[in-house]
Design a protein around this ligand. Sequence first.
Ligand SMILES: C[S@@+](CC[C@H](N)C(=O)[O-])C[C@H]1O[C@@H](n2cnc3c(N)ncnc32)[C@H](O)[C@@H]1O
Length: 272
Amino acid sequence: MNPNPNQALWEKGDFTRIAAGMRESGEALVQTFDIRPGLKVLDLGCGDGTTALPAARLGADVLGVDIANNLVAAGNKRAAEAGLANCRFEQGDASDLKGLAEQSFDLVVSIFGAMFAPRPFDVAKEMVRVARRGGRIIMGNWIPNDPTLVAQILKISSAYTPPPPEGFVSPMTWGLEDKVGERFAEAGVSAQQVSFARRTFTFNVSGTPAAYLAVFRTCYGPTMNAFEAAERNGRAAELQRELEELFNSQNRSQRADRTSIPATFLQVTVAL
Ligand SMILES: C[S@@+](CC[C@H](N)C(=O)[O-])C[C@H]1O[C@@H](n2cnc3c(N)ncnc32)[C@H](O)[C@@H]1O
């Protein structure tokens, strides 16, 4: 077994299958980042490049870093297929970016990525360390107890999963403005430098909501773990029902052969 549970969780599934429904919103989000040719961008917890590739298409020089080796390989493959020589991916941990020099990026982006790394104070410190003064950090973080899709998937899943080890800090705390402020303050950033906005990210896929849920059940680490635990307790059908109800009720597509589910997130922008 992988000794790093954080890495094991994300290598367990195949996040590329989920990310297929995130491309349109990922690209639209990147369009708002004011990316110019030559900008040096670090995408942390980049997955297979939902935000890294669009940033590179806008001319940025992009490094994607992710804890999961399978997603790093998938990202490099997608960049090569797209002919993007200015976009590369390597394995690394957002809470310890050894090998990356101080102030070496104009923009550090992390969309639903670094929030999943352990040791959030170290994550904030590392993001601030590798970003240059005058540069920016932009995070997209899911919000605890928000009624929309991802916050609810994680909430429902956690009710079926054994309690986390002592000292574990929930990734969802990155969706709380006061916690985010504390973490950046420890990294030497003043409250005036940090701003917040609530935005919407839409998951768009062909097929029914139930079919997209099946992808989560087989490919998304946190949901896979929840189903494994629920199966051990004879509660898998109950979990399936709860999630099906969630996916169906959140679906906004008018077409029977498409699923479109908007989800609210907290965008954090740090001006250094
Ligand atoms: C929900 S996915 C989002 C991926 C991508 N940013 C996107 O929007 O498609 C979370 C990503 O964070 C990565 N991740 C989790 N913990 C990490 C860590 N400690 N360091 C770097 N990446 C991490 C996972 O491997 C996964 O690719």
